[in-house]
Design a protein around this ligand. Structure first.
Ligand SMILES: Nc1ncnc2c1ncn2[C@@H]1O[C@H](COP(=O)(O)OP(=O)(O)OP(=O)(O)O)[C@@H](O)[C@H]1O
Ligand SMILES: [Mg+2]
Length: 235
């Protein structure tokens, strides 16, 4: 479904990604783990077209995303819940969700998706008229995921959904991510520092260090890997 072919991404003179190649199959949950500053967010920004790679290529459903604008990439079926949530604090929950659907013209489908996200996260229905900025951290994360779902993506990109949340909320959010993948056959690209939880729900994973992929394998292989255990699982 998605293929990164040797991409190199820069911020001005600083090279953030070096020859990164990855593959994501339809229907999978794949996770990208790594320390602060490894290049995880940059990988997602490259896929979304916000920080396009300087060389290499990204193929989505067999077609290159080279030169394709971020909103066209959303229309093709890729949407992201960004790191730090980045919801609109002054807009209500309903308005934030509407923003996620702004490129869609199928009113009926959008209505179905409102129902779908409120079924996934009933608390958002209770809070629907409240400004996003008044929600708790966990609720804002739920809103960010829901807003991304309102674009009805075939590929959903999640950037550290567990960041700063309590263990109970993290478990709840991860189980809903699994549910979205299973029930809706949405393919999920999950960036996480919480390697343990991420590898528990992912089918496969990649480890990133200093802008390069250092390791990849099935989740069970990575969970059993001595280097992964030491560096990312605190064992
Ligand atoms: N806008 C920017 N301008 C310059 N350098 C940047 C910019 N954004 C990121 N970088 C640099 O690129 C590298 C990769 O950053 P990135 O945000 O992708 O890491 P990350 O793996 O997502 O880290 P974290 O887990 O802390 O979110 C870092 O060295 C970072 O300082
Ligand atoms: Mg990041």
């Amino acid at each position: 479904m998605l293929e990164l072919v040797g991409i190199n991404t820069f911020y001005g003179a600083i090279q953030a990604l070096r020859d990164v190649s990855m593959k994501v199959d339809r229907g999978e949950i794949i996770t990208l783990i790594g320390a602060n500053g490894a290049g995880k967010t940059t990988t997602l920004m490259s896929i979304c077209g916000v920080v396009p790679p300087r060389s290499g290529d990204i193929l989505f459903e067999g077609e290159s995303l080279k030169g394709v604008s971020p909103d066209k990439i959303v229309s093709r079926g890729v949407s992201q819940a960004p790191e730090g949530r980045l919801i609109f604090p002054d807009l209500t929950v309903m308005e934030n969700l509407d923003m996620g659907a702004y490129l869609r013209r199928d009113k009926q489908g959008v209505q179905e998706d409102f129902d779908y996200v409120f079924e996934l996260f009933p608390i958002l229905h209770q809070r629907r008229r409240q400004p996003g900025g008044t929600l708790s951290g966990g609720e804002q994360q739920m809103l960010a995921i829901s807003r991304a779902l309102m674009a009805r993506p075939r590929l959903l990109l999640l950037d550290e959904p567990s960041l700063g949340l309590a263990p109970l909320i993290i478990r709840q959010i991860f189980s809903i991510i699994e549910k979205i993948n299973k029930e809706n056959t949405t393919t999920i690209f999950l960036v996480e520092q919480n390697a343990n939880q991420a590898l528990k729900i992912a089918h496969r994973g990649y480890v990133m260090e200093n802008g390069s992929i250092s390791l990849s394998g099935s989740s069970s292989e990575l969970l059993a890997n001595e280097d992964v255990k030491k560096a990312y699982l605190g064992m």
